[in-house]
Write a protein of this length. Sequence first.
Length: 150
Amino acid sequence: FVHYAKNATSDIEAFLYARFLQPAYQGSIADLTAWVQEKYPKQDLRKVLLIEIDNVRQDIDNVRNMCATGMLDHATAATKISALQKELRSHIQAVRSISDGMDRRGLLLAGADRCLRELMQTFDGQPAIQQLLDDSALLVWTTIEKEEKT
């Protein structure tokens, strides 16, 4: 789990992974998030890109203002604005990609977690089936991990 907590891109993923372990983690997501952030702080790349998007927008506005005041000729301003807009679109696409990937993965993990918890509650008190469900939970987690890496 420690290896996963160090390398997971999301605290939610670490929480869901901890719930698959045996014995399963019983604490809250807030407690686990605080522990992960304390022990293995991560930089939020999405937040960094959003700040970068704001900076690029300001740069575009500055170039437009410089052109309007005559500090830059129109051809140079057009070239700079074009390059900045390309960078801006690239950052926006990167944010979308990060968000979509995290959303998809989070939904898959949450769905698998919910399904397995419901099955475990349904078959509570039947040790033979409980053991099969525990093994299935690890198999599901491993399959999801392998699919994400390929």
